[in-house]
Structure formats: C-alpha cells, structure tokens
Design a protein around this ligand. Sequence first.
Ligand code: APR
Length: 313
Amino acid sequence: MARKKVALVGAGQIGGTMALVLAQKQLGDIVLVDVVEGVPQGKALDIMEGRLSLNSSAVLAGTNNYNDIAGSDVVIVTAGVPRKPGMTRDDLLDINYGIIEKVGTAIKNTAPNAFVIVVTNPLDAMVYAMQKVTGFATEKVVGMAGVLDSSRLACFVAMELGVAAEDVQAVVMGGHGPSMVSLYDFVSVGGIPLSQLMSKEKFDELSKRTAEAGTEIVNLLKTGSAFYSPGVSAVRMAEAYLLDKKSVLTCAVELKGQYGIKGLYCGVPVILGAGGVEKVIEVKMNDAEKAAFDKSVAEVKVNAEWVDKKVKG
Ligand code: APR
C-alpha cells in the first residue's frame, strides 16, 4: 500500500508541532511548506534526525515550493499570522485572507483530491474562504476549532474534578471566538453526566474560561498564540480521515440547512471518516443554548459576508 502524504502549509509553531506528532503516529510522509527559506527544511530535517528515538519511518521534507504538495491526501493549513496580546482573532482577517487566497489557489492546482483542514484564524472565515477559493466539495474542506475548544473545556473540567482529562467528553459549538457555546448537558466524565458531579454555576465559570482560553495563552506567551493543543487537535482530525475512523468531532463545516443555517461555516458535531465530513449531527439544545448559538453564528456571518465581497473582487 502506498504511503499516505500529509502536507503542512505553514511551518511555524503549529506546523512544526503537527509534523512531530504526525511523524510519531506514522500516519504518512510529511511535507512542510513555508514562505520563509530554511525553516521548513530545517524542521523537516530536525524531525528526520529524531526518528530513531521516535520509532518512526515517516519521511519528512521541507520546501518553499507549493508544487511539492502534489498528491497529498491531506493538507493542513496554518499559513498566516498569529495573535499578539491585545489582538482579537478578527484583527487577523485582512492579512490572513490574502494568505489563504494564495494557498487555496495552490492547493486547487496541485492537490485537487486532498482533504483540507484549515487552522488559520479567524477560523470560521478562513475555512469559508478556503472552500470558496478551491471550489472543493464542502465535505473535503473543514476547519479545526471545535476539537480544540472542546478539549480545552474537557481539560478545565478534569482539573476541577481531579480526574483524567482523557475520561472527559465535552462539546463546544458555534464560532471560534468569545461567543462559542459550551454545553453543560453534553459533558460526561467516564460516562457519568457532569450534572451529577458539578454545579451549573461552576460549569459556567469553566465555560467562560474556555471561551477566553486562547487569549489566556496569548497573554502568557506574548509573542504568539497557542500551538501544542491546536496542533494535536488538527492531527486528530487528519487521523479520523486517513484511518476512516468515523470519529464524532466538533468541526467548522458548511451547514446546508441544519440548525436553520445555510451556506455558512461554523462549529457543529460531525462524523469524520474517509468521505471527509460524512454527516452533520443535529443536536438538541435548550432555549438559552440555542439563543447563544444563534448569536455566535450571527458573528460568524459578519466575517463570511466580508469574505464574500473579497472573493467576488
Ligand atoms: N504560505 C506558506 N506559509 C506562510 C505563508 C504563505 N503564503 N504566509 C505565512 N506563512 C507562514 C509563516 O512564515 C509562518 O512560518 O505561516 C507560518 C505561521 O506560523 P506561526 O507564525 O508560528 O503561527 P502559528 O502559531 O503556527 O499559527 C498559525 O493558526 O491558530 C492560528 O491564529 C493562528 O492564524 C494563526 C495560524
């Protein structure tokens, strides 16, 4: 069986993290692409030299040429600029749109069969732009945000209860911004509903921290935004696709009438497998949650309309 190929466009903090984790998991060979000369080549070689200890036979290459992503099964895009303290994700809209336009055109021309995962912020707008620029089937263009936001909430719940993070399941929906929606009834701890272990008041505190979790990291790092947890989250999505796992993950996908929304990307639970987004799962929310979700979607819509104007020139 031929080896799978994963292209990482953007060899910065998240790109480098993903390269290491993908190599360790041996999901396929890896190409790192960046506009900065030497960085993708250096990171690829650095990881290649560590393969003995990683127990990995993955082959990595670094390049400044988009043509080298040809034949990729998966392309994960982090190309762009990250936040600095005081910036919102929306502050990145203009500059990162220009980058997504270039990268999307390259993917369309050189890797037309790829499953594309966008990580660049502001996420919901950038994945929407990627689909418009490539014209790929919407099942094959997804955004990474909900996996990370849900993982952050699960982490805070685990820390609060003093239990294993891997035993906590959580769902955070909507846009990848301060209005994201954490769902109390959807958290379980080793299969036990959270309502039996934690008050709604406590949960609301953790949900607030989750919505601000990216900013918390930006303020600590000062020079950029989170990269380890975004990196592993995007790899989880790539793995679901490459191994046809039928994983239930919250991803930014195009809604086609589900949740009463049409033609907009935002975070909802889906089944990810070899077909890409194989199914959007429509969950029942209570009135307050649905109102919060609709508010979050309204914010996503503003940026999508901005992208629409750009795409039409
Ligand atoms: N093509 C390829 N790579 C590019 C391009 C381009 N047109 N433009 C910029 N890059 C590269 C940069 O050179 C840099 O190496 O993208 C990389 C981004 O890496 P970092 O600056 O380290 O940012 P990172 O922390 O990895 O975050 C990337 O993901 O979570 C989002 O908000 C975050 O938008 C940001 C993105």
